[in-house]
Design a protein around this ligand. Structure first.
Ligand code: FE2
Length: 338
């Protein structure tokens, strides 16, 4: 059992800069690649037989998404960029101290030395500082000096990675881990009316509303993914994404519509490997260093949508890898979730 004796720092931690890269596991690598490259418009920057590395046209890093062939869909390594080499060392020592450390690696494609660890629910994460900046090949150079790559206009044309939502059997413990060990600021959360359990918590190390969310795993699993989210600049782009995905036979699970929590404008589809992917825009930035987390109870949360159709049952029940069985007891009523 993980001990919960880590201390809340009296000063905010600024050791993590942002979400750097997400690895998605897929049993359909070529089809997943088609989805992210041809439909969403990402660029492939590196390829092996069992993996592909991609990026959005606005990402400054060499790669922000890795697709890895695997027996089942899900999330692999989640990489966070540290604010400095010293910050990396500090976080590595703190994670080692509480027993979550796994060890050092030389880093995946585009990244230097990295410290691997797990969160309390079992998701694999790592922190790194050294980053290979993307340099566009001929034909992909932007006319804009301040843009790493030109906008190609292929498919949805996602600009960058935005956030991911992980399922966790114990949201509160994982939320505390992210706040106290990674220094993330809690932005919003949804709690049951009894006040004892958390349905979900949305957090970030920077001004982006949330870069990491933990939401309740109603099936009692561990280390599972709810969704991975990519940013587009405006709501019209989300609507256009819906057209493109439908025309290509991709299942749309929910949206386009607007959340109340985060105010995000969303569209959820399943990429061919089975992972839920969100096309996201709108939302709001958080600049306040003394931000007061917004807590929604069940009634306030309502259907989870600001307007638009209610989220389907699958949004609560399905995560990757998909696991058999019904909701564990006590089964929370998550119809108000999101
Ligand atoms: Fe999201």
């Amino acid at each position: 059992m993980l001990r919960l004796s880590w201390m809340t720092s009296p000063e905010p931690l600024h050791d993590i800069a942002h979400l750097g890269s997400v690895e998605l596991l897929t049993p359909q690598l070529e089809k997943s690649l088609w989805y992210f490259r041809d439909l969403l418009g990402m660029e492939v920057v590196q390829r092996t037989a069992a993996a592909a590395w991609l990026r959005g046209y606005g990402d400054y890093a060499a790669s922000t998404l890795k697709l890895s062939q695997a027996p089942s869909p899900g999330v692999g390594g989640i990489a966070w960029r540290a604010t400095s080499p010293a910050a990396l060392e500090r976080r590595a020592a703190a994670l080692q101290e509480v027993g979550l450390g796994i060890g050092w690696t030389n880093g995946d494609f585009g990244r230097g030395r990295s410290f691997r660890f797990r969160d309390p629910d079992g998701h694999h994460m790592e922190i790194y500082f050294e980053e290979q900046r993307y340099e566009a090949a001929e034909g992909l150079r932007s006319a804009l000096k301040n843009q790493p790559q030109k906008y190609t206009g292929r498919g949805v044309g996602v600009r960058r990675t935005d956030h991911l939502a992980l399922l966790a059997s114990d949201v509160a413990t994982n939320r505390r881990f992210a706040q106290e060990l990674l220094g993330f600021q809690l932005r919003e959360q949804v709690v049951f009316d009894d006040g004892k359990n958390e349905i979900g918590s949305w957090m970030s190390p920077n001004a982006i509303h949330h870069q990491l969310a933990y939401v309740a795993d109603v099936k009692g699993g561990h280390g599972r993914l709810h969704h991975f989210s990519l940013w587009v600049d405006n709501r019209e782009d989300v609507l256009r994404a819906a057209d493109i995905l439908v025309e290509n036979g991709v299942f749309i699970e929910a949206g386009p519509s607007k959340h109340n929590n985060s105010q995000g404008f969303y569209l959820y589809s399943y990429e061919p490997g089975g992972n839920r992917v969100e096309i996201y825009s709108g939302s709001y930035l958080v600049l306040a260093p003394d931000w007061r987390p917004v807590t929604w109870n069940e009634r306030e949360r309502g259907t989870g949508t600001y307007w638009g159709a209610a989220l389907p049952e699958s949004f609560i029940q399905y995560g990757t890898p998909d696991i058999a069985g019904e909701a564990q007891t006590p089964a929370p009523d998550l119809s108000i979730f999101y």
